[in-house]
Ligand binder design. Structure first.
Ligand SMILES: Cc1ncc(COP(=O)(O)O)c(C=O)c1O
Length: 436
């Protein structure tokens, strides 16, 4: 329960207040003079504000100021004719369905934005803008399209989340993998990789700093500072994808995010409701330099427009419903599941066959087996025994790499599945070792 207590202490439960909208606007729109000038791709530079939105928004703002303005501008359907007018979350009727079901800004509805801003500013120091997203996957596509051109390299930890790698190749961005150790990406390896890709133009470094997928590694404050300084020196934007941030398994204090270390305006941070509320909600939030967030919103408005109003209302409600208690409960349960997986593996295997580092955050155990130089050669045996794992090469920036690791998750299965799966993995490894 220690993890729970730490998380709870740091969180400010977001709740609305009378002048909240003004305050959020002030916080999220104040332009700050920063020494780093973010460069945008040609796509980013060509984005324009929609004239229809401009007309509609200025009429709305005038009306809110009490002016007698009638808007016949935006093509908004009548709220009176919506097919649904109310909504409940987990059996509780929530207010505001009429409003969130209407067309809205790509930034998110003011009510949700205010709560998210409160939460962010209670956890991450600094001045930055915020917009709601439809989850980190989509927000990453947009971020990469805003910050890089086709042909550009994108630096990333290797191994890393294949969902990100699969975005790069079809968009003609080359993933440049940088080696990791048990504390995250290795600073001198990052520096060397950046030095090799010559030119002084801005580069992007993508990182998953807590409970990394797949290694489970969480980067400590000192390592983050070293990485940040390298990125300053080498003209790099840090894209911090942090969906496992709240899943602290061992009660360690939440480490300082890159966003809160940022003094220049070179960090874009992505948070997601997927691992803490539910992935089907499809909602997250992006924080970064105000100009970046403005571009992000303009880009979103050309495609997804804005996250679903239903999702926004659900999250707005869930953030108010003992959010920190909920985080404590899920972290405690994931810790229990992690321990069950590890204990069962230890009971069935000795360290000559496999080892791992205990993850302190997230959902994954990254297992190094010692019976084959490449875990993909064991996949068929695992399947035959009735257990699915992901072999390590799937996470590498160079797929033909021999990789002795495989990834397990302790988040999804029942206790029985975890026990059975671990015992089956152990049986395969023992069998293989005996038949060498
Ligand atoms: C590192 C990482 N980023 C992003 C995602 C997806 O996030 P979202 O559900 O918000 O799109 C995942 C989930 O699988 C992930 O592991």
């Amino acid at each position: 329960m220690a993890a729970a207590a730490t998380t709870a202490r740091k969180l400010v439960t977001p709740h609305p207040s009378r002048h909240s909208r003004d305050r959020v606007e002030a916080r999220t729109t104040a332009l700050v003079a920063l020494p780093f000038e973010m460069q945008f791709s040609s796509l980013g530079s060509k984005l324009e504000r929609s004239p229809i939105r401009t007309a509609t928004n200025s009429a709305r703002a005038a009306k809110e100021r009490g002016e007698d303005v009638v808007s016949l501008a935006g093509g908004l359907p009548s709220a009176e004719l919506f097919a649904m007018r109310s909504m409940s979350v987990d059996g509780v009727e929530v207010e505001g369905a009429d409003d969130v079901l209407q067309y809205h800004s790509g930034k998110g509805n003011p009510g949700l934005l205010e709560k998210v801003a409160r939460l962010q500013h209670s956890l991450h120091e600094g001045k930055y803008g915020i917009a709601c997203t439809t989850g980190n996957t989509d927000a990453l596509v947009k971020t990469i399209e805003l910050l890089t051109e086709p042909g550009d390299p994108v630096f990333t930890e290797t191994p890393t989340w294949p969902g990100f790698l699969s975005q790069l190749a079809p968009r003609d961005r080359a993933a440049v993998g940088v080696a990791m150790d048990e504390r995250g990406v290795i600073p001198h390896a990052l520096d060397a990789a950046l030095a090799k890709e010559t030119g002084t133009q801005q580069r992007v470094f993508y990182t998953v700093p807590a409970g990394q997928n797949p290694t489970g590694v969480t980067v400590d404050d000192d390592r983050k500072r070293q990485i940040y300084e390298i990125c300053r020196r080498r003209n790099v934007v840090i894209v911090e994808d942090d969906p496992y941030y709240f899943l602290r398994l061992d009660g360690n204090p939440l480490s300082a995010s890159y966003l809160s270390l940022d003094r220049d305006g070179r960090v874009v941070r992505l948070d997601s409701a997927s691992k803490i509320l539910a992935p089907g909600i499809r909602l997250g939030w992006i924080s970064g330099p105000e100009l970046f967030v403005e571009k992000y919103v303009l880009l979103a408005e050309t495609s997804t427009q804005f996250p679903s109003g239903l999702a926004q209302l659900a999250v707005s409600h869930l953030l108010d419903r003992d959010f920190s208690g909920h985080l404590d409960r899920i972290a405690a349960d994931y810790r229990r599941r992690r321990d069950l997986l590890v204990t069962t593996l230890e009971e069935n295997l000795d360290a000559t066959l496999a080892d791992w580092n205990l993850p302190t955050c997230g959902m994954f155990l990254w297992v190094k087996q010692h019976v084959s130089p490449d875990a993909r050669h064991l996949v068929d045996d695992f399947v035959e025994k009735g257990v699915a794992v992901v072999p390590g090469h799937c996470f590498a920036t160079t797929r033909d790499l021999q990789c002795p690791y495989f990834r397990l998750t302790f988040a999804f299965g029942s206790d029985d599945d975890i026990r059975k799966g671990a015992a089956r993995i152990a049986a395969v490894l023992k069998d293989k070792a005996a038949n060498e």
